[in-house]
Structures are given as C-alpha cells and as structure tokens.
Design a protein around this ligand. Structure first.
Ligand SMILES: Cc1cc2nc3c(=O)[nH]c(=O)nc-3n(C[C@H](O)[C@H](O)[C@H](O)COP(=O)(O)OP(=O)(O)OC[C@H]3O[C@@H](n4cnc5c(N)ncnc54)[C@H](O)[C@@H]3O)c2cc1C
Length: 360
C-alpha cells in the first residue's frame, strides 16, 4: 500500500507514527528544512470543555500510544476582563512547546518515526493524489478544502506573538478578553518556564496592518510594553469541513478543520485526527465516524465563541463577576462540557437581563 503524508506538523507526524505502528511506511513530505513552527511558542493543552477527555496527555498515551512530554502542568488559569479577573486552580492541563527545538511537540513526534521525512519538498495536491493509494493531507492550511468547496469558515483573524524574558509563574496561564484590543479574540501569556514566556494576541476581522495598533494597545494596557523580542505574525482561519475524505485523500489537523475557535487549540484533535486517518486507511475504519465527536466538540466550542462575541466590555465584566460567585465558580471549573454549558447560560442571561437594564 502506497501512502503519502503531506506536511510534517503535528497531524502529519501523528499519522506517520500510527501508520508505522500498523506496518505501513509512508512517504512523508515537508516543504520546510525542518519539522515544526518557525517561531517557538508555549501552547496550552487546556483540559477544559472536552466532554470525554480529562487529561489530554494521558488520553493520547492510552488511546494512541503517543507519549508527549509537556513543559509544565497548568495549575492556575486567570481570565481577565477589562475591569475584573477570575482565577481557577487545579489540574487544568499542560503547557507544551511548539517549534523546532528538541522539547517541541513536533520534534518529540519525529523521534518516534523511523521513516525519513523528505524535506524541502512542496507538494501540489492535484499532482500527488494520483501517485498514491492514499494521501493524508496535513499541510496546516485550509486552501485545498476551499478549492474543493468543502470548507465552511467560522472564525478568521490575525495573531501576533512575542517572546518575553523576566520572571513568570511556570504553572499559570493568563487570558485577556477585551474588545478594545482583541475585538472578539483574546490575548494570552503562556510561560515556557520561570524565566521566559510567550505573549500572544489574536484579533478577528482585521488586516495585518491594523494588528500593530491592537498589539500596542494590548501591551500598554497589561503592562508588557516594549519588553518583547522575536515577534511573529500569522493569519488564522478556523472552520469545519463538510466532509473529511475526498476520493483517496483524508484531511487531518488544521486542514481538516480540527482547530477550535475559542482558544485556537488544535494539538489534541490534530494528533487524534492524524492517528485515526492512519487507522482508517490500514484497518478500514470509517474516518468520518471516527472524527464525528471531534467535529461536535469543536462545534460546541464555536457556539460558545459566538455567544461570547455578543458581550461588550461591560458584559464581559459582568460574566467574570458572575463566575466568581461560590458554587458557580466550582461548576465552571469542572473542566468538562458542563462548564461550557454553564458559561453559555450565563451569557444568555446577561444579554437578556442586560437589555432590560438590570444591574449585577
Ligand atoms: C498562533 C497559534 C497559536 C496556537 N496555539 C495553540 C495552543 O495553545 N494549543 C493548541 O493545542 N493548539 C494551538 N494552535 C494550533 C496548533 O498549532 C495546530 O493545531 C497544529 O499546529 C495543527 O497541526 P497541523 O499538523 O495540522 O499543521 P502544522 O503544524 O501547521 O503543520 C503543517 C506542515 O505542513 C507543511 N506544509 C504546508 N504545505 C505543504 C505542502 N504543500 N507540501 C509539503 N509540506 C507542506 C508546513 O510547512 C508545516 O510544517 C495554535 C495555532 C496558532 C496558529
């Protein structure tokens, strides 16, 4: 059986690990000189909002035999609204490193693959699909799904990130929601360790030029002005695919619509979709069925994203104040889907009550 994997990112490498485990050595193509994002950043695997997964790292090891060493555990998440903040403590997930360093997810995955990646090779979808029995498309973009008219967009915007040195709490993630600098997106501070961190801002519905003004407002407002180095900028677009298999091609990772629209998390679902695509090819499993739950979860998260988008800054402050109420706080911190439902209900209440002029 001839299988091509296009893209040596998280999803492509996960599919290669599983293919090899099942006895198939794929051809793995990567356009870059190395596997992994060009700019390193500390990403979160937040175990919040995932109905059936309470620890992503353990889930991958137990169900897919994929071992991932995180940078640190996330023990404290602080969510800031313009005038308030909400802090949750407990086992909240893990920080992982993205990039090309040896601790990065991509390099960790790469170590588990015997097949040599074919680097510096850009692949054209239309040319490759007839040369293989199966193609796993993992190019980290939605351009082919758009061409095939199977992509439905949900959230689009620009991200700017920077690397900071200083003093940080290595187990704490901060998120900022503020319409003034993030519109319906957010900012976040995620440490690599106690001496360095990445700061990121994700703003929807703007141009790249506008991003700089939003960034300046962001760093001024949270007090991180002009300390950053190593800036990176990237456009992102989340969405869902009408189908994930076209002829002999299976779409995985970002290209399969497996990045969610709230925190833009995608490592877990990209890994799962890659491994499930491999299993479907070799064992004849139904890939659409295997990824159905992932699609549903991302849809629920997008629903919350849309509800959040309906709150102005005052509404965001009200939400954070509501979340601090004892009992409500415990429910919202359960780390599973009920937390998302609760927040959705609170938002509906704010919008409804707010329009009647009630004061919280
Ligand atoms: C700014 C930002 C922040 C994020 N933060 C988080 C986070 O905190 N937590 C989280 O879980 N997820 C996060 N994500 C999402 C996460 O990075 C993605 O889920 C994940 O990288 C998707 O993996 P992938 O393999 O599909 O794509 P990628 O990692 O993008 O890999 C695609 C690979 O394919 C290669 N390629 C592209 N086209 C071709 C071609 N034609 N031929 C050959 N090779 C090609 C690329 O060079 C690249 O190496 C973030 C994403 C972004 C953009």
């Amino acid at each position: 059986m001839k299988v091509a994997v296009v893209g040596a990112g998280v999803a492509g490498l996960a599919s290669a690990i599983e293919l090899e485990r099942l006895g198939v050595n794929p051809d793995i193509y990567e356009q870059r000189y190395h596997a992994g994002d060009l700019a390193p950043f500390s990403a979160t695997m937040l175990d919040i909002g995932l109905a059936s997964v309470d620890n992503q790292i353990k889930h991958l090891e137990k169900n897919y035999n994929i071992k991932l060493k995180p940078l640190n555990e996330i023990k404290n998440v602080v969510v800031h609204s313009p005038k308030s903040k909400f802090s949750i403590s407990g086992k909240m997930g893990s920080f992982i490193k993205m990039g090309q360093d040896k601790e990065s997810v991509q390099q960790q995955f790469l170590k588990n693959i015997k097949t040599k990646v074919i680097y510096k090779k850009y692949i054209d979808y239309l040319k490759i699909k007839d040369q293989y029995d199966w193609v796993i498309w993992a190019d980290g973009s939605i351009s082919v799904p758009i061409e095939l008219n199977i992509f439905e967009p949900t959230f689009q915007g620009w991200v700017r990130g920077a690397f900071y040195t200083g003093s940080f709490e290595p187990n704490r993630a901060d998120f900022w929601f503020d319409r003034e600098f993030a519109r319906e997106g957010f900012g976040c501070l995620t440490p690599f360790n106690n001496k360095s961190a990445s700061l990121m801002l994700q703003v929807n519905g703007i141009t790249r030029q506008e991003l700089h003004d939003y960034w300046d407002t962001f760093v001024n407002k949270i007090g991180y002005k002009s300390m950053g180095t190593g800036y990176f900028e990237t456009e992102f677009q989340t969405g869902r695919l009408k189908k994930h298999v076209v002829d002999n091609t299976l779409f995985v990772g970002y290209a399969g619509g497996f990045v969610e629209a709230l925190w833009t998390q995608g490592v877990l679902f990209s890994t799962i979709s890659g491994a499930e695509a491999a299993r479907s090819i070799v064992k004849g499993d139904n890939y659409e069925k295997k990824v159905k739950q992932l699609v549903k979860t991302n849809h629920n998260i997008y629903d919350l994203r849309q509800r959040l988008s309906r709150l102005d800054n005052q509404g965001l402050d009200i939400l954070i104040r509501m979340l601090k109420v004892p009992g409500v706080k415990q429910l919202a911190s359960t780390g599973n889907y009920s937390g998302i439902k609760l927040i959705s209900r609170l938002i509906t209440r704010i919008i409804g009550e707010d329009s009647k002029g009630n004061d919280y």
